[in-house]
Every structure is written in structure tokens, then in C-alpha cells.
Ligand binder design. Structure first.
Ligand SMILES: C[S@@+](CC[C@H](N)C(=O)[O-])C[C@H]1O[C@@H](n2cnc3c(N)ncnc32)[C@H](O)[C@@H]1O
Length: 224
């Protein structure tokens, strides 16, 4: 496993308590202001009966969707986050990486109406998650991805796809491990999706209404 990918998975284990508290205590402004509601809206607009939440973290989205009568399965590589999700319920949760999901073929009560990945595509090689999502979807199903907005998350750095580091310095709490994550330009998103059998059916840009700036990007994808 490349160093960044190993560190990425390690960070979500070491930072699990701080992440769980940040999400559950609604400490992340962008989530409170727009992105939580935006992903619920994007998924519910597809009227799914079943959803697979890839990289479900501590399970907030599964709980929200299940309270709207959706049957949810969540998977995440971080065992402590999956344990936290299981404590509050709202779905069936499994400690599995995207590679594990892919290697397992078609388990987990597949196929699903919608597969969702909410800020959980963080690696350079996104072939495994896209292939897994494609296999787990019903015919006509949708893969909904929320990610940082390529044009705004770039900050002062060069607009070139590559690894970046999140130190969580702006967050409250104890974050023992920095998280490497792969920044992708808009073009590289479109190319990666298309190389793995998806086309974008719809794009949404959830806004910070006060500043009139997008806080994220949502891709609603269908199989090509
Ligand atoms: C920013 S958190 C988002 C969690 C959740 N989707 C949410 O909205 O709160 C990213 C999540 O992706 C998971 N993740 C990242 N890479 C993964 C992989 N290769 N396999 C499984 N989970 C992964 C991490 O463990 C972490 O829980």
C-alpha cells in the first residue's frame, strides 16, 4: 500500500473519537450551513428504498436516511468509527475497506438503489471504490458523491491534482494523526468517473448563502 494511503487509513482510526465528536456535536461549519442538508436532499431526490453508504464514518447519514424509511448499509475501513455507528444504529454497518467490498463480490444485501460517498473518496486510485459502487448498484441506480469543490478547495495551491495534508489544526479536540488526501481537478474527476464506467447525470454546488460561495460539489452519476 502506498505510504499516503496507509497513513490515510491510520488517521481515521487514530482520529476516530475526535471525528465522532466533531460530527455529532455539529462542530463543522460547512456541514451545518449546507453540506449535510445537501447530501440528504440529493439522495432523497432519487426516492431510494435502499442505500449503500461507502465510507460511512460514525453513521450520521445512515441515521438520517433511515429516519426517512430508507434501508441503509454502511461500510468504513475505520473499525472504531463503525463501532460508533453501530452504537446508535440506523443501518447495518461493516468494517471493510473499498478494496474489501470489491473483493467480496456482491455481498451486503446488494444491489442498491443509490450508493453514496459523502466526503469519503480521499485516495489517488479511485478505481476500487468506483468499481465497487458500479457492481453494487441496481440497473438505473445512482452513485452520489459529495466532495470538496475543486475550484474552491484548491486555496492558494497549484490547480493540479495531487496529495495534500489535512492537519485538523482548525478543528477542536485531539487529532493525533494528519490525514493525506488527494486533491482532484474537475477535469480529473470527470476522467476518473468516465474511465470507471460512470457519467455525471447532475451536478450540485451547495452554497454558503451569506458569502455566495460553494462549500462542496455533488456529482450524481449513472453507469455509462
Ligand atoms: C471525512 S470522513 C466522512 C465520513 C462520513 N461519510 C461522513 O459524512 O461523516 C471519510 C471516511 O472515509 C473512510 N474511508 C476513507 N478511505 C476509505 C477506504 N479505502 N475504505 C473504506 N473507508 C474509507 C474513512 O475511514 C472515514 O470514515
Amino acid at each position: 500500500m502506498p505510504d499516503e494511503k496507509e497513513q490515510l487509513q491510520r488517521s481515521w482510526i487514530a482520529n476516530a473519537p475526535a471525528w465522532r465528536d466533531a460530527v455529532r456535536e455539529r462542530k463543522i461549519d460547512s456541514r451545518r450551513v449546507a453540506t449535510d442538508a445537501a447530501i440528504i436532499d440529493a439522495v432523497m431526490s432519487l426516492a431510494p428504498e435502499t442505500v449503500l453508504d461507502l465510507g460511512c464514518g460514525e453513521g450520521w447519514l445512515a441515521r438520517e436516511l433511515s429516519s426517512r424509511n430508507v434501508r441503509v448499509v454502511g461500510v468504513d475501513a475505520s473499525r472504531p468509527l463503525v463501532d460508533a455507528a453501530m452504537e446508535l444504529g440506523g443501518g447495518s454497518f461493516y468494517a471493510m475497506s473499498y478494496e474489501d467490498v470489491l473483493a467480496a463480490g456482491s455481498p451486503l444485501q446488494a444491489p442498491f438503489d443509490v450508493v453514496v460517498a459523502n466526503f469519503s473518496i480521499l485516495e489517488e486510485d479511485i478505481g476500487p471504490i468506483l468499481t465497487a459502487a458500479g457492481r453494487m448498484l441496481k440497473s438505473g441506480g445512482r452513485f452520489v458523491i459529495q466532495t470538496v469543490h475543486p475550484a474552491f478547495a484548491v486555496g492558494d495551491a497549484a490547480y493540479i491534482s495531487g496529495w495534500r495534508t489535512e492537519t485538523f489544526a482548525a478543528f477542536d479536540g485531539e487529532w493525533p494523526e494528519p490525514m493525506p488526501w488527494y486533491f482532484r481537478t474537475l477535469t480529473d474527476w470527470v476522467v476518473a468517473l468516465s474511465e470507471n464506467g460512470f457519467v455525471i447525470a447532475e451536478m450540485r454546488e451547495p452554497l454558503d448563502a451569506q458569502r455566495a460561495r460553494p462549500l462542496s460539489m455533488i456529482f450524481v452519476c449513472r453507469r455509462a
